[in-house]
Write a protein that binds this ligand. Sequence first.
Ligand code: SF4
Length: 167
Amino acid sequence: MALSCNPGLIIADEPTTALDVTIQAQILDLLRDLKNKINASIMLITHDLGVVAEMADYVVVMYAGRIVEQGTADEIFNKPKHPYTIGLMKSKPVLNGAVERLYSIPGNVPNPINLPPHCYFKNRCEKCMEICNGAYPELISVTPTHKVSCYLHKKSAITIEKIGGEK
Ligand code: SF4
């Protein structure tokens, strides 16, 4: 029914949650076929990094309701910048990579009705610095397609701006 008006954008919110891998693959194939048939884009909302890796061209990572990083799938999976994204990548199982226990990011997400004035990831961040006690970090560009909201990368963003300004 949702596709009957040939939408330009399909929003699929956790479309494969609680499905076994065979059905999951069928649903993803179906979404891809539909998208190509009606020439639409898909906004896929998911916690499953495997689904993201298989489906996405561009990835937006959110933490506690805010965008902390965004970039092409290649940038997010191969060159993650935000400590939260790096933690997510470390926590996924790797084929042939035998481990006793999968990595998990320590601590908890802040209470959404009482969010802190600083970086929301600060209390769980292994890279936390003095400056992280300041205002919530702005989203800054580290490449033309890659943005991150973290003080660790403020310097590289300034360098890019300078290079851009010198052209
Ligand atoms: S701004 Fe600071 S606390 Fe927040 S993710 Fe970056 S390094 Fe960690």
